[in-house]
Ligand binder design. Structure first.
Ligand code: GDP
Ligand code: MG
Length: 251
């Protein structure tokens, strides 16, 4: 069983991608299970095969401990560590080839708490990759894109797992921004030029060295442009998952 943990800022399209990717890669040869790890979510676009909400009662935590929404989410994610075995048993019964894991809407609650990485490695026996979704709104300005590169790197640094980076919801991008984003992701020099001119316009100097360091570390790497609406990039995303998990084979 191979796991892919989807992560990204709130609204970046994680839950929707779980649905569209599952539908794209399930076939007679490849079985896919879905796991929801967002204890506070009210509605999901798919019906998860395994659901942390069966083990954690978010509303009760709010009532019993008089917690606000964020406090209750943090307590819920921490408490889900106690149910890893049961969730894994459920997944073993299903016996899917791939498990697509949906994480809490606000990524910091999973990505930046040690419970997140603990859950990922214990559930999967270390057999997992992370899929980072950079919302396409981050292509509007070069500095927005550099900030999402930093976020992508910080997820990679926390999880130490192979990571696939995507620009999500790319169907929403005007053609011009889409094309410019492609140039940025394919050739760092374009990104650097646009970023430096923006910094000059804004009269601020963060930067050249920060961007150079990111580029040197290879953070830019490959970005797959994906859309759950049109299906763009989903085959590429699956191909990457296969490469990571088993050298290109399905099983
Ligand atoms: N146009 C477009 N909208 C999307 C896409 N993926 C998700 N959305 C919408 O973006 C919003 C947030 O998506 P959701 O999957 O809940 O994001 P999450 O918070 O990361 O799980 C919802 O209204 C989705 O319908 C996409 O590929 N294209
Ligand atoms: Mg979600």
């Amino acid at each position: 069983m191979k796991f892919a943990f989807l992560m990204g800022t709130a609204g970046s399209g994680k839950s929707t991608l779980v649905l569209s990717l599952r539908d794209r890669i399930s076939s007679s040869e490849v079985s896919v299970a879905t796991l929801n790890l967002d204890p506070g979510v009210r509605w999901l676009p798919y019906s998860p095969d395994v659901d942390v909400r069966d083990y954690i009662d978010y509303d009760r935590l709010v009532d019993d401990y008089k917690l606000g929404p964020n406090g209750a989410l943090i307590a819920s994610v921490d408490a889900s560590v106690n149910h890893i075995r049961e969730m894994r048993d459920e997944l073993d019964k299903i016996g899917a080839d791939y498990v697509l894991v949906d994480t809490p809407g606000q990524m910091e609650i999973f990505a930046y708490r040690s419970a997140g990485r603990g859950i990922a490695s214990a559930l999967s026996d270390g057999n997992y990759c992370t899929v980072f979704l950079a919302d396409s709104i981050f292509l509007n300005r070069p500095s927005d894109f550099v900030s999402i590169l930093l976020l992508s790197y910080s997820v990679q640094a926390r999880f130490h797992a192979p990571q696939i980076n995507c620009i999500s919801k790319c169907d929403l991008l005007p053609r011009e921004i889409y094309e410019r984003g492609r140039l940025w992701t394919e050739d760092p020099e374009f990104l650097k030029d646009d970023f430096m001119s923006e910094q000059m316009d804004l009269h601020i100097e963060i930067s050249e060295r920060v961007l150079d360091a990111l580029l040197e570390m290879g953070v830019l790497g490959e970005f797959i442009f994906t859309s759950s609406n049109t299906g763009e990039g989903l085959d590429d995303l699956y191909a990457q998952m296969q490469r990571i998990h088993s050298g290109g084979e399905d099983q």
